[in-house]
Design a protein around this ligand. Structure first.
Ligand code: ASP
Ligand code: MG
Length: 407
């Protein structure tokens, strides 16, 4: 008998009918002879609504209280799911994260899972129950409730699957899987049958918001295969795993894009030790995460330093960097919040010459100006004007033969 962990996202359990629909899917998995553990998110926009409600009472709610409040969203959906299964004549029990043995550190609102003691889950499975676990939450050593950060139910599911040594973790959501590019912008985009963990991480952090990155990382560490599929259809989803078929390895896997990019350039920076740290340390202290950083080779000991941040952080970053720029004798600071990132992702590029040339050619043929370029082992990223994103990813999708159904 295989043990399967399934996770259903907020849109899959948004109302009573959807909960009943999910219950039928859980039953179908159980009827195939599997043991089933189900992780649920809060119904629809419940988490946002609870945050709003808390802020009406107190604009700055204490994190400990807020976490208990938010954890109730998942508790509600887990109990309703158990009731739906009972109504269908199946044995099921709901457990909070704490009851399921999920132990976390004390960083409220973005707690990390330290370990899982799944004794109670195992006991309930042995009794023949379908076990429904409230996602997104765990318990600290002091028996306080802590939540795992927005979208954290994915992490609950993969962590539980690893702790229970499940055969697979299935993430059901409102998209059909991971696509070669955003299908709303590229009509030829295809659903991938499989993708490697690293490639998925690049796709996810670059804006293909199918799954929580932390959950993918956990899957990679524990070698847990993850399937992403829609709870609204029976079409096969995408499997994220480590053992991608050899022949598929040489291909680019997908084109990711991210519109949430702002660029800041400090112009005319004296080229001497300590300058970069003087600029970036205050940003780190202010919790602003800096993405791409480019420093030019200096001429006459003067250089330009450019970096990107999320658009929401742009004003704050400018207000921190401007006085520093002045004090180190830089000429000026300029920012641009109308940019986007486009990336070609694939493990194949590690050993294949010509990827970068192919990318730059495709963009130049569209008359698209590349403002910054960065690379990792499995990704090439260009920063371009946001208005050109659609043209860019369509051209790249074609240039890398992604419309062909090889994988
Ligand atoms: N309900 C939480 C959120 O909306 C956790 C989750 O959905 O995974 O962020
Ligand atoms: Mg949610």
């Amino acid at each position: 008998m295989a043990l399967i962990v399934q996770k259903y996202g907020g849109s899959s359990v948004a109302d009573a009918d959807k909960i009943k629909n999910v219950a039928r899917r859980i039953v179908a998995t159980k009827e195939k002879g599997n043991e089933v553990v189900v992780v649920v998110s809060a119904m629809g926009d419940t988490t946002d609504d609870l945050i709003q409600l808390a802020r009406q009472i107190n604009p700055k709610p204490q994190e400990r209280e807020l976490d208990v409040l938010l954890s109730t969203g998942e508790v509600v959906s887990s109990t309703l799911m158990a009731m739906a299964l009972h109504e269908m004549g199946y044995e099921a029990v709901s457990l909070s994260g704490a009851q399921a043995g999920i132990r976390t550190d004390t960083t409220y609102s973005k707690a990390r899972i330290l370990h899982i003691e799944p004794k109670r889950v195992v006991k309930e499975l042995e009794k023949g129950n379908i076990v429904i676990v409230a996602g997104f939450q765990g318990m600290t050593d002091d028996m306080d409730i802590a939540t795992l950060g927005r979208g954290g139910s994915d992490t609950t599911a993969v962590a539980l699957a690893a702790a229970l040594k499940a055969q697979m973790c299935q993430i059901y959501t409102d998209v059909e899987g991971v696509f070669t590019a955003d299908p709303r912008l590229v009509p030829e985009a295809r659903k991938l049958k499989e993708i490697g963990y690293e490639e998925m991480l690049e796709m996810a952090t670059l804006g293909a918001k199918v799954m929580h990155s932390r959950a993918v990382e956990l899957g990679q560490v524990y070698k847990m295969p993850i399937m992403v599929a829609s709870s609204f259809s029976d079409k096969p989803g995408t499997i994220i795993h480590g053992g991608i078929s050899m022949e598929v390895r040489n291909k680019a896997r997908g084109i990711a894009h991210d519109l949430n990019v702002a660029k800041i350039t400090v112009v005319g920076v004296p080229d001497r030790p300590g300058i970069a740290s003087a600029i970036f340390e205050p940003l780190a202290k202010a919790n602003i995460s800096v993405d791409t950083i480019v420093q030019n080779a200096s001429i006459d000991n003067i250089t330009d330093l450019t970096f990107t941040v999320a658009r929401g952080d742009s004003d704050k970053a400018m207000s921190l960097v401007q006085p520093i720029a002045k004090s180190i004798g830089a000429k000026q600071c300029v920012s641009d919040s109308t940019l986007a990132k486009v990336s070609v992702v694939g493990t194949g590029m590690l050993n294949t010459p010509g990827y970068a040339a192919n990318m730059f050619r495709a963009l130049s043929e569209q008359g698209i100006n590349i403002q910054l370029i960065t690379t990792s082992e499995i990704r090439i990223t260009c920063i371009i004007a946001e208005g050109k994103v659609k043209d860019a990813i369509q051209a790249l999708h074609k240039a890398f033969d992604l419309e062909q159904d090889l994988i």
